[in-house]
Design a protein around this ligand. Sequence first.
Ligand SMILES: [Zn+2]
Length: 265
Amino acid sequence: MIWALSALLGLVFGSFFNVVIWRVPLHKSISSPPSHCPRCKKPIRPYDNIPVLSWLLLRGRCRDCGKRISIRYPLIEALTGLLFVAAYARFGFSLLTVKAIVFVSLLVITAFIDLDHQIIPFGFSVTGLVLGLSGGILAPPPHILRAVTAAAVGAGFVLFAMLLWRYVLAGAFRRFGVDQKEGMGFGDLPYAAMIGAFVGLKGLIVALAAAVVFGVIIGYISRAAGRHKRGQPIPFGPFLAMGALVGLFFGPQLFDIYARFAGLA
Ligand SMILES: [Zn+2]
């Protein structure tokens, strides 16, 4: 029962996140006008607005004018549903699940906004940072002090990486045809702090390591596939979000495995 409920909740929230991802960066209201087809402007009927299912039934087209509706919409709904279920599977019936659901919601929204606009709105990361720190009080671990520490380490890492990239690595990478002035943007700074606040220090370290691995692999593939031209920046936010999911769900375990492997523990 709770499984089905979390999946359903995730699908419905995912549908709402689609609206947020689309409208917030354009400074449009998220409530009005109601969802409509971007081409024929006809409002979307309530029964055509059922997450995932409607898209499948309409075969990805507007009922009125037949304009293609991107598969991204049902994918974001399905992804959110999946992540809500994963949160319940991982943390059970507890406050930690509520915290995880808030966190994955922020990650889904910000990752796709960053993908579209190369920006993580400060509003989201700062709100997330505050929520993550409050979560440190409500649902320990991580305890509030640990949450603050991890947030500071997250921000510090991004600052360090930005400087390292600008003054050391950018030149080296340019020789291999990767011409990217900034490794990360200033928007990644409060974002990494938010991730730290939510997942704690071990989770954060795993998240950052995973983000770098995702970034290198996917960045390389997308350049090789010609999806990105030389000099066109690849936003790092989506990789941070993916890394954060690894940190949230497997952070402490992966950290301990690594520590044992490295002989640190
Ligand atoms: Zn239409």
